[in-house]
Design a protein around this ligand. Structure first.
Ligand code: SF4
Length: 337
């Protein structure tokens, strides 16, 4: 694969603060310091991200709507002609912030991980989170502006509700533009051995999510006007043979304080947008993809459980001492029932 000389997309987790406590949280938000920059430094970081040359920026977290400067940051990207999208749980969204969001972002995605409150709230770790996400979708889809979508992280306990979501929840929002179903990735809390055993998808489920035929079937179930996408998320694995075959994402993930991850789903940073030249950050990131330890650890991975094991090894190898201490403190995953 020809690797581009700059990231095609940047994902900025703009804060690690979050009101929810999801079982699979990739960033362990709400359980660690927010590491949020000052307003002035956020704008400096936005300018530095623009200098990376990405064609799109996605603001996620944590809960980005907890960041007062969020809309000023979004405006910085938009003014430079770079589309910027938002991922939110919807927990804090009110009418005013909904109107601001559809005006400031080109796309807004609300996380909904089930067709019922019982399933979604259990995954999201707070009672009422389904109702709030649904209310947020209602507000966001009332007017025009951004494309409003749903991001559904598929794991074993909510996989049976995928079709039901399209037939019972999606039709409630006439302005809904997109529903994305993505296999849960063994990153952060989702890389824990207990989560891997109980919630990572089986190989058959992963294959299904990656198949065009299943995507077509889901599209037929969706209400008119709603575009359905599905992904097995293998492009995040960074296995050497997959990179060679072009199955990888030329994306840079930025932590709240501007630290740049070498690989989106793994711990390990290669500098900071506030201090390091953009081209050098990308060069270091791509070098990490080809690091001998990374290649040897990922090359034999075939199953989701093996991927989780490899993630844990890479996180310990390249994470900071603070990362290692946080990983050691992770609570054991408690399966439902
Ligand atoms: S809403 Fe997102 S950031 Fe917050 S705990 Fe859940 S997965 Fe993590």
């Amino acid at each position: 694969m020809e690797i581009p000389d700059h990231p095609l997309e940047v994902l900025w987790d703009i804060t690690y603060a979050c009101p929810l406590r999801c079982t699979h949280c990739y960033s362990e938000s709400g359980r660690r310091p927010a590491r949020r920059l000052s307003g002035a430094d956020m704008l400096r970081a936005a300018d530095a991200i623009l200098a990376l040359g990405a064609e799109g920026v996605c603001l996620a977290g944590g809960e980005p709507l907890l960041v007062p400067e969020l809309f000023a940051v979004a405006e910085r990207f938009t003014a430079a002609g770079v589309p910027v999208s938002l991922f939110t749980s919807g927990w804090t969204l009110d009418r005013a912030s909904a109107e601001a969001a559809v005006g400031a972002f080109s796309a807004v995605s609300v996380s909904l991980d089930g067709a019922t409150a019982e399933v979604h709230d259990r995954i999201r770790g707070r009672r009422g989170s389904f109702d709030r996400a649904v209310a947020a979708l209602g507000l966001l889809t009332e007017g025009g502006g951004a494309t409003v979508g749903v991001d559904y992280v598929v794991m074993r306990s909510n996989a049976p509700q995928v079709e039901e979501f399209l037939t019972t929840v999606a039709p409630r929002f006439p302005g809904l533009g997109q529903v994305s179903f993505g296999a849960v990735v063994p990153e952060g809390l989702a890389s824990r051995a207990g989560f891997a055993e109980h919630e990572l998808l089986s190989e058959e489920q992963v294959r299904l999510l990656g198949s065009a035929e299943y995507g077509r079937r889901l599209q037929e179930l969706a209400p008119p006007g709603v575009r359905v996408t599905t992904t097995d998320n293998l492009a995040l694995q960074m296995r050497p043979d997959l990179i060679g075959a072009g199955v990888c994402l030329p994306v840079l993930q930025i932590e709240p304080d501007g630290a740049v991850r070498a690989m989106a789903a793994y711990e390990g940073t290669v500098g900071n947008v506030l201090t390091d030249p953009p081209a050098e950050l990308w060069r270091r990131a791509v070098a990490r993809w080809h690091d001998p330890f990374v290649r040897e650890t990922l090359a034999p991975v075939r199953t989701m459980r093996e991927w989780a094991e490899a993630t844990r090894a890479i996180d310990l190898r390249f994470g900071t001492e603070a990362d290692r201490q946080r990983i050691a403190r992770r609570p054991a995953f408690v399966p439902r029932g």
